[in-house]
Design a protein around this ligand. Sequence first.
Ligand SMILES: [Zn+2]
Length: 273
Amino acid sequence: MDKLNFLTAGVPIKAGNKGYEEGFKVLDNMGLDGLELEFVRGVRISDKSRDAVSATTKVITAHAPFYVNLNAREEDKLEASVQRIIETAEVTNSLGGFSITFHAGFYLGQDKELVYNNIKSKIKIIADALEKSQNKIWIRPETTGKATQWGDLQEIVRLSREFETVLPCVDFSHLHARYNGAVNTHKDFCEIFEYIGKELGQIALDNFHAHVAGIEYGEKGEKKHLNLQESDFNYKDLLKAFKEFNVKGALVCESPNIEDDAKLLKEYYLSLK
Ligand SMILES: [Zn+2]
């Protein structure tokens, strides 16, 4: 990508229930760059929405359904999880999207190496299926906000090294919550970009997919999303690090006031010299 784009997680609130077309107008009025399709309750999109999304020149990403566990014990749940990610990728690719993200699974108290291999074997099925149907879209496990969910930064970077079409979706607020308030300094953020650049190459920093929101957390990690100014998440130093490493791609704002915080983030980013 040629720059860092600022996206809302879903249709902006100000669009009311008027759908994507109105949503894109709101984004235009606010100087925002795109949105993430929220397929969190299923990969469904009406023909009208499909037309609006296909027609836009804005940056499009997607979030796969929450009902995904690539480490499920039951075969039917595994198959459904694989299918949901493939469908998300196919639909988003057909709409000209850039990248999709998903929460890959749960540890279920199992050995972490075993879980890694279970998830890797399912990602292989997904990556192979998408390659076969010539879907060219990044598929990205997201860094998760709770210690019971698979997906710390190291696990996701390791998985990304094994597949050409896999890169991390770094949810910085999740990392902050996962470690009960850590990962919140300029140095921490720089280390993340340094690590990803070193392990995955410049292509990962030129095609980044990030999630940012205010967040409430405790010892068990993520509790809920907050607006940035109601939370202790240090978005200013994060954006400084984005700028210093010249990271390009899509930064999706998941605060409850989605478009207002997306604009706050973008304006602060553009104010940096
Ligand atoms: Zn997510």
